[in-house]
Design a protein around this ligand. Structure first.
Ligand code: BES
Ligand code: MN
Ligand code: MN
Length: 463
C-alpha cells in the first residue's frame, strides 16, 4: 500500500537482519539432535509475532515440535485471515556440497538474483517466506492499516509430514476459524512473471525392504545360485515404469481426473524455456511421461520416484559380497482425485506380487498427503490476483505446483476454508538442496504484496 512504502523502504536492512538471525537457528525437524534448536526457533518466532503487535501469542505443545500461534482480532465483522507457514527446515546434508555453511547465511548475487540472494537452509522454504507475513503485519500495525482479523499458525513439522498439526486443527477449530488461509510456501514462475499456485500434488511415501539369504554371503562361493536382493530390487523398481514412462502399479491412474484441453493449453502458454531448464540442471534433455509437456508432467501428472536406495557394500574400494538385504525409499506424487491411502494399498499389493519366491519383501508407509486444486473464481483468489497485479504491475498467472503441502487439503476439510497459495520463491532456489537461497527482490516483493491482499480481500468481502 502506498502509505506503507516509506516504512518498508526505511526498515529494509532490519527486515533482512532479523531474517538472517532466524536462519542461524538450525531448526531441522527430522533430526532429534536439533530438537532444542527447533524449540528455540519456535520461541524466536513467537517473540517476533509479539513485537509486531500480535495478541494471544502462545507456543502450543504437541507430541512432536511446537506450534506457534498469535492473532490480532480487529472487528468481529471483518474477515479473518489465517496465515499458515512452517519454521522447520530440511536437513542440510550433504554438507560438503554447500559453498558456505547452511546456518551461516550470506547474501550473494546470482544470475537470476542480480540484487542478491540469501544463502542458507530455510531461506526460501519457509523461513524467508513465513517471515514476510510477520513483517507485513508489523507494517500494517504501525500504520493502522490492518483491514482483516489475522491469526498466525506457524508449525515446526511440515518437513516431516505435519503429523501433529492435523490433531491440533481438529481440536482447535474455534481458535482457528477463519475465512481464508494465506500461505507463502510455493514459487512464482519468475520475477517478471508473477503467478499464484492453484494446485499442489499429493504424496504417498513408502519404504521397501527386500531380504534374500539369511546372512551376507561370499559372492563367489554363492553367486549365481541364490537371488541377490540388490539385483532383484533393481529389477522390481525398473518394472515400475513402462516404455511410455507411465507407472505400472495396478490401478494407479484409476482416479486421475482428466484435465481439460482448455486448461492444458493455458498451462502451456506460460513462459517456459525448456533448453534453459535442461541447461540449468546440466542434463542433455528432459525426460518424462510420453504425451505430456514438462509443465504438465510436474503439474497435472502423478509420478513415482526412488529417493534413495542402499544395500550391500558401499564403503571404500571393493568387497565381494552377496548382500542379505536391499532397501529403497519410494515416493509417489499424486494428483486429483488420487487418494494416498488407496495408492498406498495398491503399491503394497503390486510390490509384493512383483517379488520372486527367492526373496521376502516388506513394504512400509511413511507420510502421505492429499492433492489440492484451488478454484480461481473465488473472492480470495481474486483478491490475491489483484494484490499481485498491484505489486508487480502484471496480472499473475495461475500455476500448478509440483510439490506438496499435505496440510492444505486438511484446511479445506476441517476448517472449511480455502487456501490462497501466494508464494514468492523461484523453482530454481534449490529448496531441500545444498545452497538453498531466497532472492532479496522476492523477500521484499512479498512484504509489499501481502498488505495489498488484506486490503483487497476486506474490500471485496464487503461487496
Ligand atoms: N514448500 C514445500 C512445497 C512446495 C515447494 C510446493 C515448491 C510447491 C512449490 C514444502 O515445504 C515441502 O517441501 N513439502 C514436501 C512434503 C513434505 C511431506 C515433506 C514435499 O513436497 O516434498
Ligand atoms: Mn515449505
Ligand atoms: Mn520443504
Amino acid at each position: 500500500m502506498k502509505e506503507l512504502k516509506p516504512y518498508l523502504e526505511a526498515n529494509k536492512q532490519r527486515f533482512l537482519d532479523e531474517l538472517l538471525d532466524l536462519l542461524r537457528i538450525p531448526s531441522v525437524s527430522a533430526d532429534p539432535k536439533y530438537a532444542g534448536d527447533v524449540r528455540r526457533m519456535a520461541e524466536a518466532t513467537a517473540a517476533h509475532l509479539r513485537a509486531a503487535g500480535a495478541d494471544e501469542v502462545k507456543i502450543y505443545e504437541t507430541a512432536g515440535h511446537p506450534i506457534v500461534y498469535g492473532e490480532k482480532m480487529l472487528d468481529p465483522k471483518a474477515p479473518t485471515v489465517l496465515v499458515y507457514g512452517h519454521y522447520d527446515v530440511q536437513p542440510a546434508d550433504p554438507l560438503d556440497l554447500w559453498d558456505s555453511p547452511p546456518f551461516e547465511p550470506v547474501v550473494k548475487k546470482t544470475k537470476l538474483h542480480p540484487q542478491g540472494a540469501i544463502f542458507a537452509r530455510g531461506a526460501c522454504d519457509d523461513k524467508g517466506q513465513f517471515f514476510m507475513h510477520v513483517k507485513a503485519f508489523e507494517a500494517m500495525m504501525q500504520h493502522q492499516a490492518l483491514t482483516c482479523n489475522v491469526k498466525f499458525m506457524i508449525e515446526g513439522e511440515e518437513e516431516v509430514g505435519s503429523k501433529n498439526l492435523e490433531k491440533f486443527c481438529k481440536e482447535n477449530k474455534k481458535l482457528l476459524s477463519c475465512d481464508v488461509v494465506l500461505i507463502s510456501d510455493t514459487s512464482v514462475i519468475d520475477n517478471n512473471t508473477p503467478s499464484l499456485t492453484v494446485g499442489l500434488r499429493g504424496l504417498c511415501y513408502m519404504e521397501v525392504e527386500v531380504t534374500g539369504p539369511n546372512r551376507d554371503l561370499h559372492s563367489g562361493v554363492y553367486g549365481g545360485a541364490v537371488a541377490n536382493p540388490v539385483n532383484v530390487l533393481c529389477q522390481m523398481i525398473a518394472s515400475l515404469h513402462d516404455v511410455k514412462r507411465r507407472v505400472t502399479v495396478e490401478g494407479f491412474y484409476d482416479d486421475v481426473l482428466k484435465v481439460s484441453k482448455k486448461e492444458r493449453t493455458m498451462m502451456n502458454a506460460a513462459p517456459f524455456d525448456e533448453k534453459a531448464y535442461a541447461q540449468d540442471l546440466g542434463i542433455a534433455e528432459v525426460m518424462g511421461e510420453k504425451g505430456f509437456t514438462t509443465i504438465e508432467r510436474t503439474g497435472i501428472r502423478p509420478t513415482l520416484d526412488v529417493n534413495g536406495m542402499w544395500g550391500g557394500y558401499i564403503g571404500e574400494g571393493a568387497k565381494t559380497v552377496l548382500p542379505s538385504k536391499a532397501f529403497a525409499k519410494i515416493s509417489m506424487r499424486l494428483v486429483p482425485d488420487q487418494d494416498p491411502e488407496k495408492i498406498e494399498k495398491l503399491f503394497q499389493k503390486h510390490f509384493e506380487k512383483l517379488a520372486p519366491k527367492g526373496v521376502k519383501v516388506k513394504v512400509k508407509p511413511h507420510h502421505g498427503g492429499y492433492p489440492v486444486v484451488v478454484p480461481t473464481d473465488s473472492v480470495e483468489y481474486k483478491a490475491a490476483e489483484k494484490a499481485m497485479e498491484q505489486a508487480y504491475g502484471k496480472k499473475p498467472l495461475p500455476q500448478r505446483g509440483g510439490g506438496s503441502i499435505p496440510i492444505v487439503a486438511m484446511f479445506d476439510q476441517v476448517l472449511k476454508a480455502k487456501s490462497v497459495l501466494m508464494g514468492f520463491g523461484l523453482d530454481s532456489d534449490d529448496i531441500h538442496s545444498p545452497n538453498e537461497h531466497y532472492g532479496l527482490f522476492n523477500y521484499y516483493k512479498g512484504i509489499e504484496t501481502i498488505p495489498y491482499f488484506y486490503r483487497y480481500y476486506a474490500d471485496m468481502k464487503k461487496k
